[in-house]
Write a protein that binds this ligand. Structure first.
Ligand SMILES: [Zn+2]
Length: 1059
């Protein structure tokens, strides 16, 4: 081996920079190694193009008329597509060489060859060259036609000026290179080695001898390597191989590298573009898997795979093939990577149910880990939901974004609300888009907070967020680092191998209990109020459709449960729960599509409700009229507006006199309101209220204030609409803090540091400005009887105004605030506050299938970092014996600081959607003072009632004459949340019931059903039978045992219907 002379000098910096210049793509490319990466080149034979606003299928696109085009041409605008036909002829002289098509253009390209997509091309994703042949053979055809489909958007959309700015609709795109070239694979290998050596020299630092060994090896390689003389390369290569072949010790940390490509299902681009992003990214991955049998790729989100299956069946088949080989690894188990905070418990179950069933059907097995690298916090119920879906492992990294506190673990047990545990891992490199550099490999070990306890870490590499995925260079780097002294060992691995290695050390791991709260992006609980409202409303609609359809199944032999339709609608809802959609952090185009999805669920859902109602009415004697349905599992006494002919409404009181009547229905002669019979009924209409429930007359005092009183609570509003008093009548207890007013609207300046739609910062609290109303604006609305109300107008600012009706119904334990806002602001945040006459160091917030406490003070950094938090339908602040609950029908942001309960109403960020939240909004919140604990006082059913109004459905046929109830539960702690048909159902007559313990207690209860049940057996969330077998069923009653916040599912096999 020819050796270079011994180096004359020992200067660290000049040596290092010398090597850097030798591989630089910027400097000295006329004589350095990088400049030799490509050899001879020639232009493509012919280039033509066709521009379209549509996203056309390939077969359709290539039929279009293509115009001559050339390098340097511009095309666009944003969101359009330019198809290029590329005719090429490889020069005969290149036989024996590796030949590439070099393509550089703006936008995201996809190469089609022989009618199939073969590779993505994006400058941003470092994919600018398509390998035409590894080695051109004598006999190989040298003429070829390819198509390149270029989407007029970048990997990260088309923001005007900055990434998250609203898209620029008029962007121009350009082709800057389209040529054939000879690729020098040996130069590429040397470049990879030299870059890794430079990385080690820099990353290990001047205290480390291995760093010097790396530097001098690289320097020596430069000495022996003449870029103009390829015959010198093997000597340099041998020096590198010797270095990288020096093994580390037995104690080396092991890095499990997995290819990954985070594709946001919609974000800075519309859903339809994501379909193409998946194709571009994954065909590239298929190529990598073909060339590198050890390369693995972890791929999440069933929805994206389903899109590829329907739009690119050939690609889907290849993915299935590589899944069989263990290289393509479906992960995550969910339909999309959903937001971890806002979806309801049931919706989260459905993410897994739809996802796992898809993975099983298409890839032969379910996922064993939950994969949610990028979402804005993680509900404390997730561990239980994972365990119930066959999942024991969890991977994310987003908590590394915490602004205030650094999370103390990377590998740990995460214990949920009910005590369920999963093994959690955060890739310690704090990224899901690594490049395979030495710096990242070193960071993975250095930052790992559990090193010493466990010797394994995950490393996810590949361009992400907007797709793109791994490159061959990344794979080459990681392969080179498989076992080199001075660095951790790097394995191309899989989640399964990672987690089984971590499990081997699990005795050493710490446990984190409760939610994983992200100390950032707290604005996403509020941004885009219409999407939030659509989410809550559609969760309710699907709940009601499933319940009614199940009851119809139980009562009618002819009824066909609308399983396929419900699957479609659920999938739309789940799609919108993606972590940049329901959160409101998407562009306007996406928000519009999301609103269409909700509209679809509303209209088709209401049709399904009517169909179920019709089936429930069929065959029963009785007058035609209204079917009143209570879809909640407890009795209700409520005032309901009933439709009258001609479009008018009248108020009716719907009491439920019986004990056992729940989840039931009742007919109501139309348009009359009948007196309530004493028979057990969930819902019977009544015209007159019992005397003790009667609303007292409204009194307008001389000072312009209004008092509403229903005998349970007494509400006093001052002349501007503020709440000056809220009294529990029986005890005389006042709920509003002394000297303060409730229903106080407040406006904050809301200017974050960068992530506009996402972040509300702590300092916004310092800009609080109460919105002061005008005296004399308060007026009496409804005069009393069954309902009393008052209303007022409030000018929020010169541009925004609000009107509110404050409503108190007879028999109702809470006062409702129906609110309409016309909102035209920039970077303002509207909240409403209720200072309570309650003192407690913690407040309670509803979450999925339960609730949790958060502090009301800012003692520690962990406390004050939660200055803005999320909740579902209610927040409660209680001291011993008394409390105040704040309920809502479509809000998610809240906070309780000191004694002030605050509900977040509207924001006005401008990026990435400049129009977000501008315009009209309608929402309702409610206030419920109570004695005792919120559990005993019935705050939970009250919040359900606010969110699940009684249904008054037109009964097309004879409605049942008597009221009828399907289910009841003996304990108020247990909520029957869901009734649906089982996914696989014998003769369609198996139902699934989901119940949960809502009080945080151990409890035994009886579930009673009036449906003809033949067999009952527990099951998991994926509806797989408990091997312990059927439960004893006596007199249609089942005994169930719950621990705090436990969620249980049950299969009920109904008897065949009588003929
Ligand atoms: Zn994301």
């Amino acid at each position: 081996m020819a050796m270079a002379p011994a180096p004359a000098l020992k200067h660290w910096r000049t040596t290092l920079e010398r090597v850097e210049k030798f591989v630089s793509p910027l400097y000295f490319t006329d004589c350095n190694l990088r400049g030799r990466l490509f050899g001879d080149s020639c232009p493509v034979a012919e280039l033509s193009s066709f521009l379209t606003p549509e996203r056309l299928p390939y077969q359709e696109a290539i039929q279009q008329h293509f115009h001559p085009a050339q390098v340097g041409d511009s095309f666009g605008p944003t969101w359009w597509t330019c198809w290029f036909r590329v005719e090429l002829t490889i020069p005969e002289a290149w036989v024996g060489q590796e030949v590439h098509l070099r393509w550089e253009s703006d936008g995201e390209g996809l190469v089609w060859r022989d009618g199939e997509p073969v590779q993505g091309l994006t400058k941003e994703g470092e994919k600018t060259s398509y390998v035409l042949t590894d080695k051109l053979g004598e006999e190989d055809p040298r003429s070829l036609t390819l198509y390149v489909e270029v989407a007029c958007n970048g990997l990260l959309g088309a923001g005007k000026g900055s990434m998250i700015a609203a898209p620029d609709p008029e962007k121009a795109f350009q082709v800057s290179r389209a040529e054939l070239a000879v690729f020098h694979r040996d130069v590429h290998k040397l470049l990879v080695d030299l870059e890794l050596l430079l990385g080690m020299a820099k990353g290990l630092g001047e205290d480390n001898q291995r760093s010097y060994q790396a530097l001098y090896t690289a320097n020596q390689m430069v000495n022996v390597c003449d870029p103009a003389q390829p015959e010198t390369f093997p000597v340099a290569q041998a020096l590198a191989s010797k270095f990288f072949g020096q093994r580390g010790g037995e104690s080396q940390h092991t890095i499990h590298a997995m290819g990954h490509c985070h594709i946001d299902t919609a974000w800075l681009w519309p859903f339809k573009e994501t379909v193409r992003k998946c194709a571009r990214s994954w065909v590239t991955v298929v190529q990598l898997m073909e060339r590198n049998p050890e390369f693995t790729f972890a791929c999440s989100q069933a929805q994206q795979l389903a899109w590829v299956k329907s739009h690119y069946p050939g690609l889907h088949a290849r993915l299935q093939e590589f899944a069989c080989r263990g290289q393509f690894v479906p992960v995550g188990g969910t339909w999309v990577e959903m937001d971890g905070n806002l979806p309801s418990g049931e919706a989260m179950v459905r993410q897994f149910l739809q996802g796992q069933n898809f993975f099983l059907q298409e890839f032969g097995k379910m996922c064993s880990e939950f994969w949610l690298p990028d979402t804005f916090g993680y509900s404390a119920q997730l561990p239980q939901l994972m365990r119930g879906c066959g999942i024991r492992h969890f991977l994310t990294q987003k908590l590394s974004w915490n602004l205030v506190n650094s999370f103390p673990h990377h590998t740990f047990f995460w214990e949920g609300l009910d005590g369920s545990r999963v093994l959690a891992h955060f890739p310690p490199g704090d990224s899901y888009g690594m490049q395979g550099c030495v710096e990242e490999v070193l960071k993975t070990v250095a930052k790992n907070r559990d090193k010493g306890r466990t010797n394994h870490s995950a490393f996810l590499f590949g361009f992400g967020d907007g797709g793109g995925g791994p490159t061959q260079t990344m794979v080459d780097r990681l392969k080179r680092l498989c076992n080199t002294d001075g660095l951790p060992r790097v394995q191309l691995s899989s989640p399964e191998r990672l987690f089984s290695a971590l499990e081997g050390h699990s005795g050493q791991l710490c446990t984190w209990v409760g939610e994983l709260f992200l100390e950032l992006h707290n604005g996403t609980y509020t941004t885009h109020a219409q999407i939030k409202k659509g989410n809550r409303e559609c969760e309710r609609i699907l709940h009601d459709v499933e319940l009614l359809s199940s009851l119809a199944l139980g009562r009618s032999a002819q009824f066909l449960y609308p399983a396929p339709q419900l699957q479609d609608l659920w999938r739309l809802l789940l799609l919108n729960q993606f972590h940049d959609v329901v959160t409101g952090s998407c562009i306007q185009l996406v928000a519009e599509e999301a609103m269409c999805h909700y509209e679809d669920i509303r209209s088709r859902g209401n049709t399904l409700l009517s169909a179920a109602a019709a089936a429930l009415c069929a065959g029963e004697p009785g007058p035609e009229g209204l079917l009143i349905v209570n879809t909640l599992p407890w009795k209700r006494t409520e005032v309901l507006a009933l439709p009258r002919p001609g479009g008018a409404h009248c108020l009716g009181l719907i009491p439920s006199p019986g004990d056992s009547a729940q989840c039931g229905l009742r007919s109501c002669a139309h348009p009359h309101l009948a007196a309530a019979p004493a028979a057990p009924a969930a819902c019977v209409c009544s015209a007159r209220a019992p005397a003790d429930l009667a609303s007292r007359p409204l009194s307008t005092k001389t000072d312009g204030s209004v008092t509403l009183d229903n005998g349970i609570i007494r509400v006093r509003l001052d002349p501007t609409g503020c709440l000056t008093s809220l009294v529990l009548v029986a005890s005389g207890r006042e709920a509003i803090a002394e000297g303060a007013v409730g229903n106080q609207f407040v406006l904050f300046d809301d200017v974050p540091l960068y992530w506009d739609a996402w972040d509300v910062m702590d300092y916004h609290l310092e800009t609080r400005k109460p919105v002061l109303g005008q005296a004399g604006t308060l007026a009496v609305g409804t005069e009393g009887g069954m309902r009393g109300s008052a209303w007022f107008l409030l000018q929020i600012s010169p541009n925004s105004r609000l009107s509110q009706e404050v409503v108190l119904d007879v028999g109702c334990p809470y006062v409702r605030f129906h609110t309409e806002v016309h909102w035209h602001e920039a970077h303002k945040f509207l909240k409403v506050e209720f200072p309570a006459r309650v003192r407690s160091p913690q407040a309670t917030y509803e979450v999925q299938f339960g609730h949790l406490q958060r502090p009301t003070h800012y003692n520690t950094s962990w406390d004050w970092a939660r200055f803005e938090v999320w909740a579902h339908r209610w927040v409660d602040l209680s001291e011993h014996g008394f409390g105040l609950a704040l309920l809502n029908d479509c809000k998610y942001g809240a906070s309780v600081r000191g004694s002030v309960l605050s509900l977040s109403l509207l924001r006005a960020p401008k990026s990435p959607d400049a129009t977000v939240d501008m315009g009209r909004h309608e929402f309702t919140y409610a206030l419920m003072p109570h004695e005792g604990s919120f559990q005993d006082a019935g705050v939970i059913p009250a919040a359900y009632s606010l969110n699940f109004p009684l249904l008054a459905l037109p009964a097309p046929g004879p409605a049942p004459a008597a009221s009828w109830s399907a289910f009841s539960v003996s304990s108020p702690a247990v909520v029957l949340e869901t009734v649906k048909q089982a996914e696989t159902s014998l003769h369609g007559r198996t139902l699934v019931l989901r119940l949960y313990e809502a009080h945080g207690s151990h409890v035994d209860c009886w579930l009673h059903t009036w449906l003809p049940v033949q067999e009952a057996v527990l099951c998991d969330f994926l509806e797989r039978r408990d091997p312990a077998g059927p439960l004893p069923l006596r007199d249609n009653r089942l005994k169930l045992t719950f621990s705090p916040f436990q969620v249980r599912s049950l299969l009920l096999l109904l008897q065949p219907p009588p003929n």
